[in-house]
Design a protein around this ligand. Sequence first.
Ligand code: PLP
Length: 387
Amino acid sequence: MTLKLSARQEWVMQSEIRNMSIECDRIGGINLSQGVCDTEIPLSVRREAQEAIESGVNTYTHYAGFQELREAIAVKQKKFTGMKVNSETEIIVSAGATGALYCACLALLNPEDEVIVFEPFYGYHISTLVATGAVPVYVRMSPPDWSFLMADLEKIVTSKTRCIIINSPANPSGKVFTETELKQLADFAARHDLFVFTDEIYEHFLYDGRIHIPPATLPGMWDRTITISGLSKTFSITGWRIGYCICDARWAQTIGYFSDLVYVCAPAPLQTGVAKGLLTLETSYYENLSNEYAKKRDLICNGLSMAGLKPNIPQGAYYVLADISSLPGKNSKERAMYLLRKTGVACVPGEAFYHDDSGEYLARFCFAKDDDVLAEACGRLASLKSL
Ligand code: PLP
């Protein structure tokens, strides 16, 4: 037989995150590797989705999503960011933020277009770019605050550069880009005539009074910015697959056509549930989320410090990158495996977030877990000291 997998298969190789989860399940450990939230889904969201199924909202929707959901997204966007969005022409609901980014890449990038990505990065961003033929180029952010140099961006920009990806609050670093940084990036994007894809999935996970500024709201940025977000994290519905992008109508329609091609539509009854949540949950829901997660952040960061794994305190999102250089092993994978074997706590080896070996001494711990699970994880990590 001469049949074999396509040349594309290498882009979707088993991710480190999935690997660690499988290994963790095998030994019955505590999984702090995957970004799956244990927190409760808002009751109104759940109820509305259940009622939608019962009342027959089970067929295909418009490729861009139910108009009622797009309207709800527009209302929420206005309320939290001041962005005024036309819900009929400027919003495409897709299969999660992941689906929205994939469709934006298909619609707006050509093979061999270069895309600037900040490092440490979220692996799906890279895989999505590569899968659609684009070429990621990297700008390094440095701990503890994950700052970067505009000079580094100027060094790597070429005539092929077409886009820059911003993820704020960021996975895995927890960085929340400041207004000054975003303005510098906006100026850079305008000077080099680039698209800006901005992944804002953690927009409601902000600590120590930090604020989220969507790049699309900066002067002159609307036309070139594709704002991508979703409710996976905010409503703890990672499996529902509801996300969206917001952008100028001239891009939105084609992104929508690609979303139609790949997904047809996001799940109909779940769209209804999400719309209800967006329209009815008070501002306090979102504030509580940040407060609740700030406590979880403090819990895990204390635990990591006590165990001698120095954390880089995240400013947002729900991951912490910690220094695991004190653990034995040749690379971050061996160190993470050592930690799992000795303590039963799974994390993601730092190498998953860098294109070279710069993540060797880092590991990512997800703190979107129940407090008692986090406390148990911290207890187990503390046992490292006595080994
Ligand atoms: N973007 C980032 C930065 C993420 O960390 C994740 C999930 O971990 C996603 C997107 C996935 O979002 P969705 O579930 O809406 O596809």
